[in-house]
Design a binder for this molecule. Structure first.
Ligand SMILES: [Zn+2]
Length: 133
């Protein structure tokens, strides 16, 4: 797994790099570290798109993040603002997370069980061992 301070560093970096996106309460990054890269890329693309589109005048509403979480093994990214292009970016990121291990980011797939997760073979085996005790 990962150390507590890694999460804090990640969150601090995101909030400092994308202050407009994380201006409202959003409840933290409630997903495993394997998806942090996906979220970081998504936020980078979104802010770049907004800044580029709004060079002359504001045509795209600034995106603010409302909630980021895992649901049924998939990434859920809830936000306000944006446009159709940003909606497509979010769907793409969710599709990327759907085939990436939530723990380590390696290629993964949806695993059924008590709690549906998206995991690579290694972390699925680990989870099964933990469950079996
Ligand atoms: Zn993994």
């Amino acid at each position: 797994m990962y150390a507590e301070n890694q999460y804090e560093e990640f969150e601090k970096r995101m909030v400092e790099t994308y202050p407009k996106m994380f201006a409202e309460p959003y409840g933290g990054f409630a997903v495993g570290p394997g998806w942090w890269t996906v979220i970081e890329s998504l936020c980078s693309q979104i802010q770049h798109h907004i800044d580029w589109k709004n060079k002359q005048s504001e045509v795209v509403a600034q995106v603010t993040v409302n909630q980021i979480k895992e649901k049924f093994g998939g990434l859920r990214f809830y936000y306000s603002g944006g446009d159709d292009a940003i909606d497509g970016m979010v769907r793409m990121a969710e599709a990327w997370a759907a085939c990436s291990c939530e723990t380590c980011g390696a290629p993964g797939e949806r695993r059924n069980g008590g709690w549906i997760r998206t995991l690579c073979d290694t972390h699925e085996t680990e989870r099964k061992e933990r469950v079996a005790g």
